[in-house]
Design a protein around this ligand. Structure first.
Ligand SMILES: NC(=O)c1ccc[n+]([C@@H]2O[C@H](COP(=O)([O-])OP(=O)(O)OC[C@H]3O[C@@H](n4cnc5c(N)ncnc54)[C@H](OP(=O)(O)O)[C@@H]3O)[C@@H](O)[C@H]2O)c1
Length: 212
């Protein structure tokens, strides 16, 4: 199955790196166009190609790796999903500008982010409305992206969580996690699993587990 990545920042580029290391083909895109990704794809080799957002979004499995605050606009401008798989790797965070004034009311300021108030909804239930007609799987969101190139950890396999409502979509995403070398744990349907692993306050967010 083809894989497209929308976003080539910390998460998108690290995923591309991890895919390349495991021989998994993917098309990566960003807001500036494929030319801006020439150095990255040259470094990563032939399994990773640079494309437009539309080209990445035409894949069988599309990974949303943009900021929450950009996602509705970016995803809403794309053609119909026609039951394809979209991986929701987002967290409902605002990224602070470097040097933003100190905000004692923000417990996440040290991490350069602020929790967005999305009410009592799970972020995935909002995300689903932005990709109507897609099968959504939540994955790749609960750990710092830097660990995604390092599936082998402490003598075992790093655990990644995923969740979703469509068994077939989850099985296809699990194949990717397996091929990357992770120990994948299905947290169940989106309504259960996504809030557990959602940053910043999901009880399983940032939890690093290793299967020995
Ligand atoms: N960083 C992490 O450790 C991490 C871990 C787990 C989950 N996440 C989640 O992953 C998402 C991305 O985080 P990040 O740290 O990778 O952010 P980032 O470094 O700021 O990267 C955001 C990417 O989105 C792209 N983008 C913005 N507008 C776009 C548009 N109109 N069309 C196409 N691409 C567009 C940007 O393109 P340009 O490069 O052209 O500006 C950039 O490549 C966030 O929702 C975050 O919560 C991050």
């Amino acid at each position: 199955m083809s894989i497209g990545i929308i976003g080539s920042g910390a998460l998108g580029s690290t995923l591309a790196r991890a895919f390349a290391a495991n021989g998994i083909a993917a098309t990566i895109s960003n807001s500036r166009g494929p030319g801006s990704l020439a150095d990255l794809v040259a470094e990563l080799g032939p399994s990773i190609t640079a494309g437009t957002v539309e080209e990445a979004a035409a894949a069988d499995i599309v990974i949303a790796a943009m900021r929450w605050t950009d996602a509705e606009r970016v995803l809403g401008a794309l053609p119909a999903w026609n039951n394809r798989i979209v991986i929701d790797a987002l967290n409902p965070l605002e990224f602070l500008e470097p040097g933003a004034p100190a905000d004692p009311s923000n417990p996440l300021a040290a991490y350069g982010v602020k929790a967005l108030d999305i009410g009592s909804s799970a972020s995935s239930s909002i995300f689903e409305t932005w990709v109507a007609g897609a099968r959504v799987v939540k994955a790749f969101n609960h750990l710092d992206a830097r660990v995604l190139t390092n599936a082998a950890a402490s003598g075992g396999q790093r655990v990644l969580f995923y969740s979703g409502d469509d068994a077939g979509a989850k099985a296809d995403v699990r194949k990717i996690l397996d091929a990357m070398g992770f120990f994948a744990i299905d947290l169940g349907p989106l309504a259960v699993g996504a809030p557990l692993a959602q940053l910043p306050f999901g009880p399983l967010s940032t939890v690093e587990l290793v299967k020995i």
